[in-house]
Design a protein around this ligand. Structure first.
Ligand SMILES: *Cc1c(COP(=O)(O)O)cnc(C)c1O
Length: 373
């Protein structure tokens, strides 16, 4: 089946006698055993599994073309489950511009447990030169945050496979609508479902999808059910509900983003635009091969200071100045001040999550805020 059909039907298991068209929310934490002591409903206890979580896991596995998926209470919990499933002392290669929450997780929580190096993932030779005998995982995030850098998934997976190293790809920005890392050689895909999958900025979550059910995946499943950072049945319901419109929303986000990128690229107050769909983007060629479209995220630098960038963000009327991304409403953010001291993000950089409002209103809004500079 095609992606639109999968998105609508694969997360909706209805077998109840009341003929509800939409799967109800199963709040029960525990499930009744049969006469022989078995569990005829397929569930035992909600930390281990729940009907709503199973439906969410089923739909995201199918969307990414994976064998199985595991849902977590946040994107960071999903990422953490991958790190926790590695043997202590394992070496991890991660992007220098890794999502800062996951980067801080590695540096603050996994210090002393795992070894890690942060590298420019667009430099394939540089990645290869960091591989050691204990390297177990290469983490990819493409497009990356906030500079929308592109990593060549296929090339990195080739190097990893030659050394028997797992590759996990954070696919939050692209979504399976535009990019399927498992088809390009990755072992695991990670999403913050808080973003495009949920799509309405009202539910936190994370998912992992695996290409194969292997011993590493069994370990991930153990971390999920034993550590227990699982989403509630209501959270799963909300995420499944969001996913139904994901393919159509993504088309709208990408269409609006393309027009906004072109507008910003020609604006006299703008220094540079970072959007992989622009032909002058450094890695546009790679993006065009591994992505079917370029998504709704972009950033740009203004010809001005950090204070002026903050002013532009504050003067926008239709865009809301807030962190996060992937909702139907457009958001704007001055990343350097969010990421804090030590960030490599340029002070004059503004990141936008292009929403589904009419693109002319978004362009007018950007124009009035930039013209005040
Ligand atoms: C938001 C985000 C995360 C973390 O997800 P949470 O749901 O906030 O825990 C990880 N990676 C990327 C690319 C993100 O945008």
């Amino acid at each position: 089946m095609k992606i639109e059909t999968i998105a609508i039907h694969e997360g909706n298991k209805t077998d109840s006698s009341d003929r509800a068209v939409i799967q109800p929310i199963t709040l029960s934490t525990t499930f009744e055993r049969g006469l022989d002591g078995s569990y005829p409903g397929g569930h035992v206890y909600t930390r281990a599994s729940n009907p709503n979580r199973s439906s969410l896991e089923n739909v995201v596995a199918k969307l990414e073309g994976g064998a199985d998926a595991a849902a977590f209470s946040s994107g960071n919990a999903a990422g953490s489950a991958v790190f926790q499933s590695l043997e202590p002392g394992s070496h991890v290669i991660a992007p220098e511009d890794m999502y800062h929450g996951l980067r801080n997780l590695l540096k603050q929580v996994y210090a002393g447990i795992l070894e890690f190096d942060f590298v420019d993932m667009s430099d394939i030779a540089g990645v290869g030169s960091l591989i050691k005998s204990n390297t177990r995982l290469i983490w990819i995030e493409t497009p990356s945050n906030p500079l929308l850098k592109i990593s060549d998934i296929r090339e990195i997976c080739k190097i990893a496979q030659a050394h028997d190293i797992l590759v996990c790809c954070d696919n939050t920005f692209a979504t399976p609508v535009f990019q399927r890392p498992l088809d390009l050689g990755a072992n695991i895909v990670m999403h913050s479902s808080t973003k495009y999958m949920g799509g309405h900025s009202d539910v936190l979550g994370g998912v992992l999808i695996t290409k194969e059910v292997d011993p590493f995946w069994q370990k991930v499943r153990d971390v999920q059910s034993l550590s227990g950072a699982v989403p509630s049945p209501f959270d799963c319901y909300m995420t499944v509900r969001g996913i139904k419109t994901l393919p159509y929303r993504m088309r709208g986000h990408a269409e609006n983003a393309k027009k906004i990128a072109a507008f910003l690229n020609n604006h006299q107050a703008v220094e540079a635009v970072f959007y992989p769909g622009l032909t002058d983007h450094k890695m546009h060629e790679v993006a065009a091969v591994q992505m079917s479209d370029f998504g709704g995220m972009m950033s740009f630098t203004i010809k001005g200071t950090g204070a002026q960038a903050l002013e532009v963000a504050g003067n926008l009327q239709v865009f809301t100045q807030a962190t996060s991304l992937g909702g139907v409403e457009s958001l704007v953010e001055h990343r350097a001040s969010v990421e804090g001291p030590g960030t490599k993000t340029p002070e004059n950089l503004i990141r936008i999550s292009v929403g589904l409002e009419n693109v002319d209103d978004l362009i007018d809004d950007l124009d009035q805020a930039l013209s005040r500079l």
